[in-house]
Design a protein around this ligand. Structure first.
Ligand code: FE2
Ligand code: FE2
Length: 304
């Protein structure tokens, strides 16, 4: 990796790496270099890059349509535990690609501030770690990634939102990742009840808290884009610092327009309705309250 490469250039290299183990390893190296200031430039505005429609993937994982996926079960048997962990490993492998894709596809195109890149580099690094830890756990359980079929629903929605950063943030990070927060506590208790505390601990102590921050990144940058379009964000003094209770944060919290825009975006780009029950506490920790998602849980909503 040359010191003069931009973050987007190396993000593309991660996307074009087929082997998920190598994808995670390279992503981790890139993330460390960005976070340590060894890669300094987010992108070179004079260079034009093509972001692949579909990142490179190995062909050893058999893909089937979501409706044909075998039942995962409730973690009561080894077979079910393997199936659940396998599906989580697969999801994490796509989550790595999603994080580098949002950086490479939209960072330059939408002239996003440096903090956007840093936030999604951190997400990418987390996802790579989740992939590696879960893939290792799957092997401890006597299986391996590729032993079972998988589906690519996550990438379908990445494709459907490849033209629109607002849609990408809303659908991938505030719908799919938030859904992950809704279901993860049940998965964790199933592993505990099935006697597999090791997987339960990994999900509860490492993955769950980090997934909250991913959802938070989606909410934060969705708000940012809405406010920027109304000239309510001052680029020179980024207002989105962690834990900052600044005036502009409060304005955002109260901003009904942002929430209306979220509803309209999800209704346009996600085949609805959202599935309750919602994990209110985790969603609140990610920065969005029920007013964001409850109205989307209603069937047959009238489009705004
Ligand atoms: Fe993850
Ligand atoms: Fe995530």
């Amino acid at each position: 990796m040359s010191g003069t490469e931009s973050l987007v250039e190396v993000a593309l290299r991660v996307l074009n790496t087929a082997d998920p183990v190598e994808k995670a390893r390279l992503g981790d190296e890139v993330a460390n270099k960005w976070l340590q200031g060894l890669i300094t430039q987010p992108y070179d505005p004079s260079q034009h890059f093509t972001v692949p429609d579909r990142p490179a993937r190995l062909t050893n994982v058999k893909l089937v349509s979501p409706s044909l996926m075998p039942k995962l079960g409730k973690a009561g048997s080894l077979q079910s535990r393997q199936a659940i962990v396998h599906s989580l490993v697969h999801t994490e492998s796509w989550a790595i690609d999603l994080s580098w894709d949002i950086i490479a596809r939209f960072g330059n195109q939408e002239a996003m501030p440096r903090e956007f890149f840093t936030d999604f580099v951190k997400v990418a690094q987390d996802e790579g770690r989740h992939f590696s830890l879960l893939a290792a756990r799957l092997e401890e359980l006597g299986s391996f990634y590729g032993a079972l079929p998988a589906h690519d629903g996550l990438w379908d929605s990445a494709t459907a939102t490849s033209e629109d950063l607002l849609a990408r943030l809303a659908v991938e990070h505030c719908v799919h990742e938030a859904r992950g927060l809704d279901v993860l506590p049940t998965t964790i208790s199933r592993f505990r009840n099935g006697g597999d505390n090791q997987t339960a601990d990994l999900l509860e102590k490492v993955i769950y808290p980090e997934e909250i921050t991913h959802c938070a990144a989606g909410v934060k940058w969705f708000k940012y884009l809405c406010l920027r379009s109304k000239n309510l964000v001052d680029e020179s003094s980024m207002v989105f610092e962690e834990g900052g209770a600044r005036e502009s944060d409060r304005i955002m919290e109260e901003n009904d327009e942002v929430i209306q825009k979220f509803h309209a975006t999800v209704r346009t780009h996600f085949r609805g309705p959202l599935k309750p029950p919602f994990n209110e506490a985790a969603r609140k920790a990610a920065g969005f309250g029920p007013q964001w998602y409850e109205p989307l849980a209603v069937k047959d909503v009238i489009p705004e």
